[in-house]
Design a protein around this ligand. Structure first.
Ligand code: FE
Length: 210
């Protein structure tokens, strides 16, 4: 685990997000009361942003890193700049660090104190990311948490847990799946799931997409 300070006992750094949530909630209440919208429809929209729209930015970053060795090196050295070159930037100047999965090491991201999340590349955080159970257990028992997500790693593979802060947020670059040599970046990006960029999943195989 990284030991850098994590000194945000309030949620000032997530104010942009809280404000947005509050406004969306107010709008949802108003529209629902007026009978203009079905709350289930809103849930479906949020679900879409959590799992599809938001994480596509990160998927493009990962796919480019897989396809372009120079970009991968840049991403390793200065993720903030490499990611910004694709047009994905945070509004509060938080720094990004990309952590690369290897045959020896799997990376897992958490925010133990609250819910710091690389939203410029992943969009809205999933509900479980903010849950106390995930935040505490990811640190204490990462292998058990991964198993619950359906990820079983070889015993010999180490797991590094990265604790996000207001200033520094992590993007996991999953291992490139086998049999993807011929694929273009667009096709590669389709293999990159949100969870694989948090570390609670792996990239999909091309067969899994069919
Ligand atoms: Fe946090």
């Amino acid at each position: 685990m990284s030991g850098h300070h994590h000194d945000h006992d309030d949620h000032h750094h997530d104010n942009h997000y809280s404000d947005m949530q509050a406004r969306v909630k107010a709008l949802e209440t108003l529209l629902t009361e007026k009978g203009l919208i079905d709350p289930d429809a809103i849930d479906a929209i949020v679900e879409t942003y959590e799992t599809k729209v938001g994480p596509r930015n990160g998927a493009r970053v990962v796919a480019k890193a897989w396809a372009d060795r120079n970009f991968a090196e840049w991403l390793k050295r200065d993720a903030t700049a490499a990611i910004a070159s694709l047009g994905y930037t945070g509004r509060q100047g938080e720094h990004m660090r990309a952590v690369f999965n290897t045959a020896e090491t799997h990376n897992l991201v958490v925010c133990t104190l609250c819910s710091c999340y690389p939203w410029s590349v992943l969009g809205l955080p999933p509900v479980w990311y903010k849950a106390p159970a995930y935040r505490s257990r990811a640190v204490i028992d990462p292998r058990g948490v991964l198993a619950e997500f359906g990820v079983t790693l070889p015993e010999t593979m180490g797991i590094r847990v990265w604790d996000s802060t207001a200033e520094l947020r992590y993007l996991v670059v999953p291992q490139r799946p086998a049999d993807t040599e011929g694929l273009a970046e667009e096709a590669l990006a389709n293999l990159v799931t949100r969870d694989s960029m948090i570390g609670t999943g792996l990239a999909l195989s091309p067969e899994a997409l069919r």
